[in-house]
Design a protein around this ligand. Structure first.
Ligand code: SAH
Length: 468
């Protein structure tokens, strides 16, 4: 096997994060994508004496485990990678992959409480970020998801299963509307064009929907007309806000240079476990609401009564969901969150929920955490994919809180952080997995870390000594 060779083989083990490992002519080969048991054709990218890296070219034969119904865009759209695997099997695969990460890191002697599935397997997304483009060079306007492994080509996912009818109506309607107007999409390679993204967000438990159309400033189009079009769509959800974001940034990401409110308000409400949250357009909010309710319930169970009447830190607090759930029984909750807009909303939300014992502060956890005015009895962390960075683990561990509940969206960084917590006087007690992203490669984990009771340990030793 040498570079540029085209090879055919059967896909072996799937690793967490969407990479597969197989054996070809005695060599270990790594590939992005692939489902165990598939027969595939791939091109060799790197070849070493005992291993190599290949790129998938073509599926020759599906795997025996691919028995679930798929949508029309499956294998073309970069959104879902394991839609073809029945849900129970998806859960088993994710569970094995994550436990493997803990095993390999040498983390042992903890209680594993299994993996819990999402309450809905389909139509579970409360947020979608669609991109404007074309499906092939100079093709008609498309609006949807990036094609798998492609930066430019976009597929209009009108048969998508992880979103519901309103999302599809808005996506297809918007595509048709702008196609008819003949407006150009924004090309990331030369930064020319107008239409960039369409962000749709919904409060699942309130039925409120918010649409945000993102464009460059290169065309002066009268967006009020588009707003009227959206209002005429006859959606099931209540369209509470239509926003127009101007973004002239060069990166292919939603950023805001200017926000114009075309209709209603620039926020929507969502309800989670009986609490009400105002969500602003650029704030993080879990993208599977019913799943989030399960996730937060697990976090609350792990916290037990440890925060009752005590001081709790909610680090990486977003719109303050976890902190406010804890505030119902805590003495005081301090939250830290990077995005200023989310912090403003979190403090307003606390007021809205009649909680006067919460304080959400804007800033970087790694910089701010040591400057909070009180010491915590319980710490809850919910960092982004990269995990807790810098001195974060050290600073958090040095508070000496009895328990730390770690909610994680990336088991790889969770494992790294748990190893560091274990070197700083904590021990992984419990782990439970919660799948928030059916048909995608990700999975949430909740871990309970307890402080090793060194003093108690010494007490016991002294008593044993005294007993002779
Ligand atoms: N706990 C919240 C949000 C979790 S997502 C919820 O369940 O809804 C992670 C959050 O961490 C995001 O809101 C992100 O803006 C924030 N964040 C990322 N890096 C950060 C940092 N260095 N310091 C503080 N917050 C950060």
């Amino acid at each position: 096997m040498k570079r540029k060779d085209i090879i055919e083989f059967e896909v072996g083990k799937m690793e967490f994060g969407g990479v597969s490992r197989s054996i070809y002519e005695g060599k270990r080969i790594k590939m992005k994508g692939g489902i165990t048991g598939q027969k595939v054709r791939a091109v060799v990218k790197k070849s070493r004496s005992d291993s190599g890296e290949v790129k998938l070219l073509e599926l020759l034969e599906p795997s025996e485990i691919e028995t679930a119904p798929v949508c029309r865009h499956f294998r073309q759209c970069g959104g879902c990678s394991i839609l073809s695997i029945p849900y129970e099997k998806q859960l088993e695969i994710k569970k094995d992959q994550i436990l493997d990460l803990f095993d390999k890191a040498g983390i042992k002697d903890y209680e594993f409480l299994g993996i819990q599935g999402s309450p809905s397997q389909y139509a579970y997304r409360n947020k979608m970020e669609f991109t404007f483009g074309d499906e092939y060079k100079d093709g008609p306007l498309s609006l949807g998801m990036h094609k798998v492994g492609r930066f430019i080509d976009i597929v209009t996912v009108d048969d998508c299963r992880i979103i519901d009818e309103d999302f599809r109506k808005i996506m297809v309607g918007t595509r048709d509307y702008f196609e008819e107007k003949g407006l150009p999409y924004y090309r990331t390679f030369n930064h020319q064009g107008y239409l960039r993204h369409l962000v749709v967000r919904r409060g699942e438990n309130t039925g409120e929907i918010m649409v945000n159309i993102v464009t460059s400033s290169q065309v002066d189009y009268r967006m009020e007309d588009y707003k009227d079009f959206l209002l005429s769509l006859g959606l099931e959800s209540k369209l509470v806000g239509v926003l127009h974001t101007i973004n002239d940034g060069l990166a292919d990401a939603v950023r805001c240079d200017e926000l114009r409110v075309l209709h209603g308000r620039d926020y929507f409400y969502e309800e989670v476990l009986g609490l009400r949250f105002k969500v602003s357009p650029f704030s993080f909010f879990q993208t599977n609401t019913k799943g989030a309710e399960v996730l937060y319930t697990i976090a609350r169970e792990f916290a037990g009564d440890k925060g009752d009447g005590k001081v709790v830190f909610d680090l990486y607090s977003g719109t303050g969901t976890i902190g406010q759930l804890m505030a119902q029984t805590a003495k005081k909750v301090y939250g830290i969150e990077l995005i200023e807009e989310a912090v403003v909303a979190a403090n307003q939300n606390a007021g809205l929920n009649n909680l006067d014992n919460c304080e959400f502060i804007a800033g970087d956890v790694a910089k701010l955490v040591t400057s909070l005015p009180e010491k915590p009895d319980l710490i809850i962390v919910d960092p982004p994919r990269a995990g807790i960075l810098g001195n974060g683990v050290k600073d958090i561990a040095e508070f000496g809180a009895g328990e730390i509940v770690y909610v994680s969206c990336n088991p790889k960084s969770l494992v790294e952080n748990v190893v560091e917590f274990e070197s700083r006087g904590y021990k992984l007690d419990k782990l439970k997995l919660m799948d928030m992203f059916p048909s995608g490669p990700h999975c949430e984990s909740v871990a309970l870390l307890s402080k090793l009771d060194v003093d108690k340990h010494i007490d016991v030793e002294i008593k044993l000594d005294e007993l002779g």
